[in-house]
Write a protein that binds this ligand. Structure first.
Ligand SMILES: [Mg+2]
Length: 332
């Protein structure tokens, strides 16, 4: 009989079995399953790791070497943003094919260092290994805020908010895959190539004390909201007609929200806010320095309802990108 593979089981089913078996050692404040672990070690820290792999997250020619470096760091910083922290130190592992030009490796490394510096972090070590395809893994430590916000605090009645706009990075991937990137405005391609972690907004939202749960939208709104629902043991009603879509997205796809729902790599923040705090959020708008839009409400139950102005469209289960089921090509 053939051995079951990780593709048979799927990323999330595998993780849901693995994580409960990991014993939290001394100094673990929040263990696995969140955007970052929280550890106590001469202060309180957020700890996270992520990777960019050629052939999985990007294809050759989609990103300049410097952009690969930048993006590897920025997707990690987005996890720190999701818990309101401040990036500080990182270590880098580069997996590099022997044929990779040294010039490009320098550019890639400069991309990492520059992006780290811009986030207030420094590269303090790393490793270089031969690999079949290019991959960059970064482990990032961030200073933790005084308040802890995880994916677990959402309650029925809380409003669901997202920063910025959704779907542009997925739109860029769709065009890059089809060899039609030239037809997209540069700023849309930039949403894929140079994501902006919402560090400032994340910090303000957490410090304000009004947020009950938060996550960054890396694998698609549908799936990441699904993580909040699963971990908070609630459901959600999303108004798809109120999802924030960019002008470029609307110009190409009209009001069709599906790519914005299912796409990935937005690196925006999704948070839930109890109704009694919604007024306070209005007072914070100017300080956030980015748009924030209410897209629905947490409800009892375990499913995500998609609604428009005429009512219920459909129920969906939490899904999106599973690395080993390959429903989509992108995501992280
Ligand atoms: Mg995340």
């Amino acid at each position: 009989m053939a051995l079951r593979t990780i593709a048979d089981v799927g990323e999330f089913a595998f993780l849901s079995r693995l994580l409960p078996r990991l014993r939290a050692g001394r100094g673990t404040v929040v263990g696995p399953g969140q955007d970052c672990a929280v550890i106590e070690c001469g202060g309180r820290w957020l700890f996270t790791i992520d990777a960019l792999v050629e052939g999985v997250h990007f294809e050759s020619g989609w990103l300049a070497p410097r952009q690969i470096g930048r993006k590897s760091l920025l997707i990690n910083a987005s996890d720190i943003a999701a818990m309101g922290g401040q990036p500080r130190f990182c270590v880098v592992n580069l997996g590099v094919p022997p044929s990779y030009p040294v010039r490009d490796l320098h550019a890639l490394q400069r991309g990492i260092v520059a992006a780290a510096a811009r986030c207030g972090a420094s590269v303090v070590g790393g490793n270089l290994t031969r690999a079949a395809r290019l991959s960059v893994s970064i482990a990032l430590l961030g200073a933790a805020p005084r308040r802890l916000v995880t994916r677990q605090g959402a309650r029925p009645g809380d409003r669901i908010y997202v920063t910025g706009t959704l779907g542009d990075a997925a739109l860029a991937v769709r065009h890059l895959s089809a060899g039609r990137a030239g037809k997209l405005p540069v700023h849309v391609l930039r949403r894929f190539r140079e994501p902006t972690p919402r560090l400032h907004a994340g910090r303000i939202l957490v410090e304000s004390g009004i947020v009950s749960a938060m996550i960054d939208v890396s694998d698609g709104l549908h799936q990441d909201l699904g993580h909040v629902c699963t971990q908070s043991r609630v459901g959600a009603a999303v108004r798809v007609d109120q999802m924030p879509l960019s002008r470029a997205y609307r110009a190409l796809l009209g009001a069709d929200p599906w790519l914005a729902l299912q796409g990935g790599e937005d690196y925006e923040l999704l948070c839930t806010i109890p109704e009694r705090h919604v007024k306070k959020l209005k007072g914070l708008h100017a300080r956030l320095a980015c748009p924030i839009t209410c897209i629905g409400e947490i409800i009892a139950g375990r499913r995500i309802q998609l609604r428009d102005d005429r009512g219920l469209i459909t129920h969906v289960e939490a899904s999106g990108f599973d690395h080993f089921r390959m429903r989509r090509r992108q995501g992280s």
